[in-house]
Design a protein around this ligand. Structure first.
Ligand code: ADP
Ligand code: MG
Length: 326
């Protein structure tokens, strides 16, 4: 068993309005209705017959190799392709840790994640292809649907419920740059519009578990809201998203995910800390790993994150009241 250490607490920083705003809500003890959780069960998995992830070799289905499609490029991973009913991705240092996590999710009855089928003859990771649509790099108008937003909240919650109890002891996740998150549970940590599979207008699947690892549910949920509301300076709005109401959308997400009153009160502080840490990690990755990380940095992602932090900090009162009032 791996013993997880608690990361050091975030330092107090320049985001000064936050503490005052949080304090003004701390006395409020309103409770929020419990969200009924619906985990779809996939049926029994024959765990006994499962080959350990590092020995799992994928044997292609007949004719499959001639049905190849290049997937829309994400930010980091190059060469993601669909081959028949599978996705092939380059093997990475975290691949086996992710594969164990995907096995765990399958055993927990969570059907919203790909399954790890093994490695192909070329050494690539092979995962099940989840049928549906993902958003493009600049999310299209259909991605604004509030019904979709709520379903993303529910799916993220289901993931967290299914993740409970998973300890990555066989294949630990590589440590994060800069500092570790408090390790409450393994979660996705990159639930962007491009990493959610949508069918008939609702979120049915999560892909791209490259950033998965030990963290805490509130952070993963905040991160998901940040990408989906989205929480960013309106100056950085995607085309066609200029008129969306971030506060209304945050509340929809919060209610669908089922944040408690106590969690809602922690959101601004957790959010600011997450955004500041993401700045430091992006900068670190751009400097040490290069590739897609450097490309994003050179394209100005650092400035976008700084504007987001400032926007969040100066609106912490409004964020709290949108989450709590009414
Ligand atoms: N298992 C999957 N099922 C369906 N589509 C997938 C799957 N994995 C990836 N994709 C598609 O390929 C795109 C890029 O793959 P992804 O794993 O997200 O790579 P990146 O790390 O570059 O973001 C995704 O945005 C999604 O559209
Ligand atoms: Mg992706």
């Amino acid at each position: 068993m791996v013993s997880w250490s608690l990361a050091s607490r975030p330092q107090a920083g320049v985001f000064s309005t936050l503490a005052a705003a949080t304090a003004s809500y701390l006395s409020s003890q309103r409770s929020f209705p419990t969200v009924p959780l619906t985990l779809e069960y996939a049926g029994a998995v024959n765990i006994e017959s499962r080959v350990p992830v590092e020995e799992r070799l994928y044997v292609p289905a007949p004719g499959e190799e001639s049905d190849v499609e290049l997937m829309p490029a994400g930010d980091v991973t190059e060469g993601v392709v669909r081959v028949g009913a599978t996705i092939r991705r380059p093997h990475q240092p975290q691949s086996f840790a992710v594969a164990d996590y995907l096995d765990w999710l399958e055993d927990a009855g969570f059907v919203g994640a790909p399954r790890f089928l093994g490695r192909d003859a070329g050494g690539r990771d092979v995962l099940t292809f989840l049928q549906g649509h993902c958003a493009g790099a600049e999310p299209e108008r259909w991605v604004q649907s509030e019904r979709l937003l709520a379903s993303v909240g529910r799916l993220t919650r289901s993931l967290h419920e299914a993740s409970k109890g998973f300890v990555p002891d066989e294949h630990p996740f590589p440590p994060r740059p800069v500092r570790q998150d408090p390790a409450e549970l393994v979660c996705h940590l990159d639930v962007t519009p491009q990493n959610i599979v949508v069918r008939r207008g609702v979120a049915v699947g999560l892909v791209d578990f490259d950033l998965a690892g030990p963290s805490f549910a509130l952070k993963d949920a905040f991160n998901t809201a940040m990408h989906w509301v989205p929480l960013r300076d309106p100056a950085d709005a995607w085309p066609g998203w200029e008129e969306t109401d971030a506060f209304r959308r945050l509340r929809i997400f919060a209610d669908a995910y089922g944040w408690t009153g106590e969690e809602r009160r922690r959101v601004p502080a957790v959010g600011i800390d997450a955004v500041r840490l993401s700045y430091e990690r992006m900068e670190h990755n751009a400097r040490t790993l290069g590739g897609g990380w450097k490309r994003m940095w050179d394209d100005g992602v650092g400035g976008l994150i700084e504007r987001r932090a400032l926007w969040l900090d100066t609106r912490s009162d409004q964020l709290l009241s949108s989450l709590i009032d009414g």
